[in-house]
Design a protein around this ligand. Structure first.
Ligand code: C2O
Length: 621
């Protein structure tokens, strides 16, 4: 197998049918100088009203209640003023803080799941390994049978360990459940608070947490077969040849098999990175008309990848997700919402793959279709290896804002894992930014989505033809329709504020000032954590007869949720979706200062999600 380091700077020459290519014209990546621009957040004085209503205690549909909630929140914030000081990196501690996690789906009664790991009183700090050589995780569809044999052997040994061994597959699978389904507190005693449960999805914790999880998982596998050089495979779902579930995972007699999967999605079916559904389901739901051919599916997937990795994921917050600090529960600050908003890949391809693999088996959609059970499917780890690979590729894409956060609360966030010697280890995000320092990289394969830029459905259409009825065109509503329950297609006109002038850095030098990106922010998205929901966001669409697809520039992105809930009153997810739009608006020929029309298209769980507001922001990070 090839073993050179993945370098997306080499554009593929693979002839991918059915999409127009357009070479990226990036600016040369500039050298970053460390800029001391640490954002101090969670300040007591930063209590903007529009953020206050993000409290989960606020009723999700009633504006009046929202305002009431706002009042009580302000009251609360003055009472707990000292807690602002607690905003800090997350640092879970299960010596006393691991509680039972509960999974629940829809209205069905919750089911308790014991996810806590075996206890241990001694925690050691993680130290970077001594790296002798970089080992390359292979693409799962390209490995030979010797590799499969070795991998299966390692998995077999892991599965054979006693259930209470922290290295056993059962315990490893529970790690995901515990961190996702609120078994931990955000911080160590005495700062832990019953309301401060840790959530590692829908925020900047997503990539580093999962990277660490896989790293320790891989070390355990290698140790079990006495091969310190062992590396796990990645599911190369972002490339045409890797878009079906990798063969080694679908052999029913293999240790890599999981029977709780969607049997309709076995190979040769290709994953749908947009909806996570197969062509038949899409047809049944009226989402697509006619046949989605294999080439159409590939084109759609590649365009989505371009969108999520390149045009939408061009800032740390848009790629990684929004900031999340411990102790933020009481702070009325955008950066302190419990699940503030995931990045493009987390919210997009990542969730779609979970949905695609998980059995459509109500009420829980196990295994991959629910975060509490996802770790029980061996395919989860190959899926997340590719997610992890996306982070590596992203860091090498041109553009000076495609860089990791420098925020100390992110860098110092830590998680606990058992290593291959059963030591309980605390690892920090700052140690996991560069995989080569951890000793691994990824096999070099083609990256065809780099050239799969969406194209406008209606080229050069110019301005919005306000009010014009055209085919099934929905009536454009005024902006003040919010908050609303999204139960049908909604189109709103969104005014675009003046772009603020780019300020120079404090030293008068603008080298370290990020470029502004125009983002569409869908605020206060409220949905039951256990509901499967998806809606698309389209910009300046001409008519609604032909659904907009990811191949069209008008497609800005989607919001998706899969069940990951808790069985308590606070089971509502309150989050936001930010979609970078600069490139899209340019492609659609929208002039500066020209308003846009945003269409929200419910695609799954219509009526189960409400939206607080839509606005346009200009962001730097
Ligand atoms: Cu923690 Cu793919 O999820």
């Amino acid at each position: 197998m090839a073993s050179t380091v993945n370098s997306p700077s080499v554009l593929t020459s693979l002839p991918i049918p059915c999409f127009q290519t357009s070479l990226l014209t990036f600016k040369k990546k500039q050298l970053l100088r460390f800029a001391s621009k640490r954002v101090v957040s969670c300040r007591a004085d930063n209590g903007e009203q529009n953020n206050a209503d993000s409290s989960p205690s606020v009723d999700r549909f009633d504006r009046r209640d929202m305002l009431l909630g706002l009042g009580s929140l302000y009251g609360a914030s003055s009472l707990v003023g000292d807690r602002f000081a607690l905003a800090s990196p997350v640092a879970p501690d299960w010596l006393r803080g691991c509680t039972v996690a509960t999974a629940m789906d829809g209205d069905k009664p919750g089911k308790s799941v014991q996810c806590c790991p075996p206890s241990n009183t001694k925690i050691i700090d993680f130290e970077l390994p001594r790296v002798r050589k970089i080992r390359h995780r292979p693409a799962a569809h390209l490995v030979d049978c010797n590799y499969v044999y070795k991998f299966e052997l390692a998995m077999e040994k892991m599965k054979a360990l006693p259930d209470d061994d922290p290295r056993s597959f059962k315990q490893q699978a529970k790690i995901h459940c515990a961190y996702c389904n609120e078994a931990y507190f955000q911080t160590r005693p005495p700062h832990d608070d019953p309301n401060q449960k840790l959530k590692i999805h829908f925020s900047w914790l997503f990539f580093p947490f999962h990277r660490m999880y896989l790293y320790f998982f891989e070390r355990i596998l290698g140790d079990l077969i006495d091969d310190p050089d062992f590396v796990m495979p990645f599911w190369n779902w972002d490339s045409p040849c890797g878009m079906a579930m990798p063969e080694m995972y679908v052999e029913p007699c293999s240790v890599l098999y999981d029977k709780l999967r969607d049997i309709n999605h076995k190979p040769p079916n290709l994953v749908d990175l947009n909806d996570g559904l197969g062509a038949n389901e899409l047809k049944e739901q009226g989402i697509i008309f006619g046949n989605l051919s294999k080439t159409d599916q590939i084109r759609s997937n590649l365009c989505l990848m371009y969108r999520q990795m390149v045009s939408n994921g061009n800032k740390p917050t848009s790629f990684h997700g929004k900031k999340y600090r411990a102790g933020c529960r009481f702070v009325t600050d955008d950066e302190c919402i419990p699940e503030p908003g995931g990045g493009t890949i987390e919210n997009g391809a990542h969730i779609a793959v979970h949905k695609f693999v998980g059995a459509k088996r109500p009420p829980y959609n196990e295994d991959m279709g629910n975060f509490y059970s996802a770790g029980r499917d061996p395919l989860f780890y190959a899926h997340h290896a590719n997610v992890d690979r996306m982070w590596n590729i992203w860091r090498t894409l041109p553009g000076k804002d495609r860089r990791d956060f420098r925020d100390r609360d992110w860098l110092n966030s830590s998680f606990l894992f058992y290593d291959e010697k059963k030591n309980l280890v605390r690892a920090k995000v700052r140690q996991f930014l560069d995989t080569e320092k951890l000793g691994y990289g990824y096999q070099k394969v083609d990256i065809p989505w780099l050239e799969s830029k969406p194209t406008p459905r209606w080229p050069r259409r110019g301005q919005i033809k306000g009010g014009q009825v055209h085919g099934l065109r929905a009536e454009t509503k005024k902006i003040n329709v919010f908050p609303l329950v999204l139960d049908k297609l909604v189109r709103v006109k969104v005014p675009r504020p003046k772009r603020s002038m780019t300020k120079l850095g404090e030293d008068g030098d603008d080298d370290d000032v990020e470029e502004e990106e125009e983002v569409l922010v869908i605020q206060n998205i409220q949905v039951d954590r256990n509901a499967s929901v998806k809606f698309d966001v389209n910009i300046n669409t001409e008519d609604d007869e032909t659904p907009i697809r990811p191949e069209d520039s008008e497609f800005a992105g989607s919001f998706t949720n899969i069940p990951h809930g808790m069985d308590h009153a606070d089971s509502k997810l309150n989050t936001s979706l930010s979609l970078a739009m600069s490139e899209l608006l340019k492609d659609l020929d929208v002039k500066d200062g020209e308003d846009i029309e945003v269409t929200l298209v419910p695609r799954q769980g219509a009526g189960l999600v409400s939206i607080g507001n839509i606005k346009i922001d200009y962001i730097r990070e």
